[in-house]
Design a protein around this ligand. Sequence first.
Ligand code: NAD
Length: 235
Amino acid sequence: MSKVIAITGAARGIGFATAKALLAKGATVVIGDIDEGAAKEAGENLGAPAYKVDVTSRESFEAFLTKVEEEHGQLDVLVNNAGIMPIGAVEKESEADARRCMDINVHGVMTGTKLALDRMLPRGEGHIINIASLAGVLPTPGLALYNASKAAVVAFTEATRLEVQGRGVHVSGVLPTFTNTELISGTRSPKGQKNAEPEDIAAAVVALVGKPRAQVTVPAKFAAQIRMSALMPDR
Ligand code: NAD
């Protein structure tokens, strides 16, 4: 795989596993994360360039993608992976919590998508992969802010995909289920459900890069759950 792939939030968790899996396939991977120290450590660990990027700042995101282009020629794939998960009852959330969740999870993806399209549409090629969540289609008590942010990512991704269809640029969404990373350290997984590992999600992203599709759910068996929830809106 000779693609140049930038991944946000890749200092740890799903982004890190994805960087590792894509590097193993021969891709050129550039790591971005707001946690500069952890990003550098991840970069050294994987033998990949790593930079600080704050996806909530258009200036920072632009500088990150410009660096990718200057050092590696062009951006072929952007994985919008950075995200946070506030946990708690809606009545206890502060305005700051809600704004921060939307800023990182939604505006971060919108900004990354816009900046990648600026680069990819004139060339008529490229791929934007947005890491949404099963939580975007299956609302869960205690995760309302996160649910809302990921539902926005699902809708934004699909609308953008349709908008640019036929112009050579692919836009895909990945909907992981609970995955063992720091993000979910404060939660309990639903009864009887085995969490995915970051490597499971990474494998789905690798497959998507090789063969673009609109949307994938990981593990795939949860796609049936989504269809069921669509039939049972009151669940
Ligand atoms: P994680 O907490 O392990 O990693 C997220 C990374 O994003 C961190 O390194 C963090 O520093 C970085 N980040 C946070 N804010 C940022 C910002 N403003 N700019 C740049 N980087 C920033 O989380 P994860 O579980 O690996 O999650 C990765 C993505 O997968 C997220 O979008 C998350 O919502 C999604 N997801 C995770 C799960 C899960 O169960 N872990 C399930 C579904 C979807």
